[in-house]
Design a binder for this molecule. Structure first.
Ligand SMILES: [Fe+2]
Ligand SMILES: [Fe+2]
Length: 192
């Protein structure tokens, strides 16, 4: 039986969810405004076909890193350039291959060391990057990259990336990778 107290509890819960969704919508709006050209590009959409961690695609991972970076910078009132923060986060893993593929490039086992450089080269080819955006992409794997980020935006993305990677590896954050893997198998079967 639902008493007066439980009704108000569920109302409070509904209010919290409403606030949460409103906040998420606002974060997505800001990401969309700052990274419209990236989000609409063919290559960025292509990252939906690549798995990052667990069953999360590279595309979902980059969106999550951008969302967390932006949310943390606002929550902690960090004075930084939010446009560069978002664009750097969206492009930080722009390496454009599936690092789980066995026969891709010889040093794929050293993907952790090599992919920031490759992401930077790919992003540089398509976008007019600022020095901050370059720093974010190039150093996001610190301490693997030895030289640490030289700007606040770089530190935020580095931390958000580690957090998201851990949540994805532990499958606390889940993506649609399984569906993509099935689609890939289906395509391979069709080619045979
Ligand atoms: Fe990365
Ligand atoms: Fe990443």
């Amino acid at each position: 039986m639902e008493g007066k107290g439980s009704v108000s509890r569920s109302e409070r819960r509904a209010k919290r969810w409403k606030k949460y969704y409103k906040r998420q919508r606002e974060l997505h709006r800001q990401i969309g405004d700052a990274g419209k050209d990236i989000l609409q590009s063919r290559n960025f959409r292509y990252t939906r076909e690549h798995i990052q961690h667990g069953n999360m695609t590279v595309n979902n991972h980059c969106m999550n890193v951008a969302r967390y970076s932006l949310a943390w910078s606002q929550k902690l009132h960090i004075n930084c350039n939010r446009r560069e923060l978002i664009r750097g986060a969206l492009l930080h893993d722009y390496f454009l291959y599936d690092w789980h593929d066995e026969d891709y490039i010889k040093p794929h086992k050293l993907h952790g060391f090599y992919h920031p450089g490759r992401a930077l080269r790919n992003a540089d080819r398509e976008y007019q990057l600022t020095d901050r955006e370059r720093d974010i992409i190039k150093k996001h794997m610190w301490p693997l990259t030895i030289v640490p980020p030289m700007c606040r935006e770089g530190w935020i993305v580095t931390m958000a990336d580690k957090w998201c990677s851990m949540m994805e590896t532990l499958r606390i954050h889940r993506g649609h990778g399984a569906l993509i893997e099935k689609l890939r198998d289906y395509r391979a079967e069709e080619r045979e």
